[in-house]
Design a protein around this ligand. Structure first.
Ligand SMILES: Cc1cc2nc3c(=O)[nH]c(=O)nc-3n(C[C@H](O)[C@H](O)[C@H](O)COP(=O)(O)OP(=O)(O)OC[C@H]3O[C@@H](n4cnc5c(N)ncnc54)[C@H](O)[C@@H]3O)c2cc1C
Length: 396
């Protein structure tokens, strides 16, 4: 029998399985293996300098070193330094300023901060870790309707490469793979001595009594697999460079996640951007959140795809027409921003690893801390941000 059963082989479950194996645990990793994880369709951006001051900041700042360490141990996983390019137009900045005035007058429920404040906030955050030449404002396409870009040093995991490399890395590390979908778990009859829910948006289906802050959004992206078209688009783009991630400065997904507890109707937003994905490109993204904590069925795709293509056209007219397929995937997040990594209350032997904001920056470090806690290492639970429940006895 394995020491630890990890359910879900996305980013969280796979990195945890590697960390547990490194500590000498016998690990079994269960996943249906049909390739429909949030990890497989992710931009893979590693916002290592963007943590709020405190323990999370240190954990995120260690992400480049943590990914390099993982690659030294397990071979290439898709890590590379890159730039994050945050784009906006004058018209969008004006609209933002109007919303800011309306927000100040209490006419909209959430705050916008306007162009100058938004730029100042992002630059101040980045400059805690980056030097002056690693943060720069660019006029990418001058003239009326032109777009501007804030370029920041960044890092990314190529998620196409990661998805291909992880199964071999897990096998070499001695992790036992089991293919299949786990059924809902029963109290007192767990399928292992230590069981970790790392099934992303599928966690609540396995164990319904999880904290309310664990929620699900549905992300939609266009997947362009034509390598030569992707290269041509990137090589001739006014806004981005071949290895970089492009996102809107006024991205709306995070605000939607933060107000998820208050929404009464399904709400969705579009954040036009792109990221390299193997030889191809991911063009995203739509984010839809429903009231409540259930994952629910995949949203109707047609209207979301149309809105996404309209938004992409505004950053490059060619992007609205690309021959790419629209894919939707459920993504777990924490509405409070604090990850859920630790023991599950009232269920000895059951652990949760889900709902990470900025998971590509947090998961490598958190996986190591969680593996220590699961193994019963003294003081490990206290070092784990997000572990608020009572401790479990370790497997060791
Ligand atoms: C378009 C897009 C862009 C993104 N960009 C970024 C970014 O730039 N930076 C960043 O940090 N994050 C980004 N994210 C978010 C990030 O990709 C996800 O939060 C992260 O990959 C989630 O990893 P996970 O392992 O928790 O979940 P998943 O990757 O969803 O993995 C969960 C796994 O559990 C399996 N599973 C589910 N139910 C069961 C069951 N009953 N039994 C067994 N297995 C089960 C699933 O099949 C799946 O393989 C993005 C996401 C998307 C979609």
């Amino acid at each position: 029998m394995a020491d630890v059963l990890v359910i879900g082989a996305g980013l969280a479950g796979s990195l945890l399985a590697l960390a547990l194996a490194e500590r000498g645990a016998v690990v079994e990793l269960l996943d249906p293996g049909q390739g429909c994880s949030a990890t497989g369709l992710s931009y893979g951006g590693v916002p290592w300098w963007a943590g709020a001051p405190g323990p999370m900041d240190q954990l995120m700042a260690s992400a480049p070193a943590a990914w390099s360490h993982l690659e030294q141990r397990h071979g290439p996983l898709g890590w590379s330094p890159c730039s994050l390019r945050l784009h906006w137009s004058d018209a969008e900045a004006e609209a933002e300023a109007e919303t800011e005035v309306a927000a100040a007058a209490g006419q909209v429920a959430f705050g916008h901060s306007g162009l100058d404040q938004t730029l100042a906030r992002v630059e101040a955050l980045a400059r805690r870790h980056l030097g002056p030449d690693q943060v720069e404002r660019l006029e990418a396409s001058p003239g009326p309707g032109g777009r501007r870009v804030l370029r920041l040093d960044y890092g990314r995991i190529d998620c196409r490469q990661l998805s291909l490399a992880l199964p071999q890395a897990l096998e070499r590390a001695g992790v036992r793979r089991r293919w299949g979908r786990c059924s809902p778990l029963q109290a007192g009859a767990l399928p292992g001595r230590q069981v970790v829910l790392a099934a992303g948006a599928g966690c609540r289906e396995l164990w319904s009594a999880l904290p309310d802050r664990l929620r699900v959004s549905w992300a939609g992206v266009l997947r362009l697999e034509d390598g030569s078209l992707s290269r041509e688009l990137l090589n001739t783009s006014a806004l981005t460079q071949p290895n970089d991630i492009l996102m809107p400065l006024f991205a709306q997904r995070q605000g939607l996640e933060q107000r998820a507890d208050q929404i009464e109707q399904p709400e969705w937003v579009v954040d036009a951007g792109l990221a390299p994905w193997g030889e191809g490109l991911l063009l995203g993204q739509t984010s839809l959140i429903r009231p409540g904590t259930a994952c629910g069925a995949s949203p109707q795709a047609a209207a979301l795809e149309l809105e996404l293509r309209q938004a992409l056209k505004r950053i490059d007219p060619r992007l609205g027409q690309v021959p790419a397929s629209f894919q939707q995937v459920p993504v777990s997040f924490s509405s409070s921003g604090t990850p859920l990594a630790g023991p599950v209350a009232g269920a000895p032997g059951l652990w949760l690893f889900a709902g990470l904001s900025s998971p590509f920056a947090l998961a490598p470090g958190l996986a190591v801390l969680l593996a220590e806690a699961i193994s019963g290492a003294p003081g490990a639970l206290e070092r784990l941000p997000g572990a608020t429940e009572e401790p479990n006895p370790g497997w060791a």
